[in-house]
Design a protein around this ligand. Structure first.
Ligand code: MTE
Ligand code: MO
Length: 385
């Protein structure tokens, strides 16, 4: 018997056990292709986000195009949310097969089944933890980015094994002529419904990135246009515990930006000195890892001008620190390409006005192609390395 013939027999045998005509090999194959595509998009965009935030020594990611991260992270979150109905439909379609008897038919079948645990478990973990994070609900004690990242590797590995194991079955299922009639029609309606649900889920969150969709985006937790100066707030000055400092009576007089580390001339610049420096304007987005993004017109001092004034060597890495006393996001790093970009600014103004306290008054980092968590607010120190 040919390989295709064997697969065909196996299909016929399996299909006998399905209780609904919708639970066919063809439905499973089509949903599987959809899931393979969506998981690949999520994996690649997630990997990019991870590398930007945890750059290994051998890599210096570019600061351009300025809006790239906005697109990749919007795609990551939107695709992930749209995957929820796809995964539910797939699990429902193949559900009876988790309980086939005998549970294992051959060594190959056993291996294939063992990989279902990390595949299904990992997929569910990624979608649940990702959605919870976007909804800003943290019911767990692990550090979300690390867990999400490592489970993604496990899941994508299991997915590659699964795709390899199912390639022949999928091909046969898709090539086989579809019997016309009520079953085929029912199948088409089911798939159309799943597609519509995925589209609805995508639209419900894409408004965090695509302004035109914002009015109908019920799940988008931040929207362009919301918040002071037209940009949503992630963490407020009160939440970051900087309010007492920046609202103190003598703050305007006592605030200083320090530039030190590997420089020839360490700098201490008060607000008057900062305002007297050449200012640069750039339109750049805040692109949060949680998927929302909003573009603003920022004005301030180019980091590279400060580095030149302090006499930093070319190719310097810069650590940007905040007045904020505690927390992971009180500092971020500018790799040499970001530090040297003419539009990487320490902004004093947004939309022609001094920064709102929640946007990082008096001074915040804003640069092209950076995750929101790396756009440090309430900056008071640059350490050059
Ligand atoms: N010091 C400090 N800067 C910070 C944060 C923070 O918690 N502390 N949050 C970051 C995150 S996650 C985002 S998305 C942006 C949001 O900037 P915005 O509140 O001005 O929109 O600020 C970033 N800068
Ligand atoms: Mo963020």
């Amino acid at each position: 018997m040919t390989a295709a013939g064997r697969v065909g027999d196996e299909l016929a045998g399996l299909e006998d056990r399905f209780d609904s005509p919708v639970r066919s090999e063809r439905t499973a194959a089509l949903l599987g292709i959809g899931l393979a595509v969506s998981f690949t998009i999520c994996f690649l965009t997630g990997l990019y986000s991870h590398l930007l935030q945890n750059e290994p020594g051998w890599l210096t990611l570019p600061s351009r195009p300025a809006g790239l991260y906005r697109v990749t992270q919007g795609l990551h979150v939107t695709t992930g949310i749209a995957t929820i109905p796809l995964l539910l439909a797939k699990l429902w379609t193949v559900g009876p097969r988790f309980f086939t008897w005998p549970p294992v038919r051959s060594v190959a079948h056993a291996v294939e089944r063992v990989f279902l645990l990390p595949l299904v478990g990992g997929s569910i973990f990624l979608l649940v933890s990702g959605s919870a994070n976007v909804a800003r609900w943290y019911p767990w004690s692990f550090f979300f980015p690390t867990a999400h990242y490592w489970v993604a590797w496990i899941t994508i590995g299991a997915l590659i094994v699964h795709v390899g194991a199912k390639m022949a079955t999928t091909r046969t299922a898709l090539r086989r002529e579809q019997a016309a009639g009520p079953d085929a029609a029912e199948r088409r309606w089911f798939l159309a419904g799943v597609g519509a649900a995925a589209a609805a889920f995508a639209v419900s969150t894409a408004g965090g990135t695509v302004r035109a969709l914002s009015p109908i985006s019920s799940l988008a937790q931040r929207r362009a246009g919301d918040g002071p100066q037209g940009i949503p707030i992630n963490k407020s000055a009160r939440q970051a515990v900087v309010l007492d400092v920046i609202e103190a009576d003598d703050f305007e007089q006592t605030y200083e930006l320090v530039v030190d580390g590997a420089v020839e001339r360490p700098l201490r610049l008060d607000l008057a000195a900062l305002r007297a420096m050449p200012q640069r304007e750039a339109t750049l987005p805040i692109a949060c890892v949680e998927g929302w993004s909003a573009s603003g017109r920022w004005r301030g001092i180019a980091v590279r001008d400060l580095l030149a004034e302090a006499g930093a060597a070319d190719g310097a890495t810069v650590v940007v620190e905040s007045i904020q006393p505690r927390g992971l996001y009180r500092r971020s790093e500018l790799n040499p390409r970001h530090a040297a970009d003419r539009d990487t600014l320490l902004a004093l103004e947004l939309e022609g006005q001094p920064l709102h306290r929640d946007h990082g008054y008096p001074l915040r980092l804003i640069g092209p192609n950076r995750p929101g968590v790396m756009q440090t607010k309430w900056v008071n120190r640059l350490v050059v390395r």
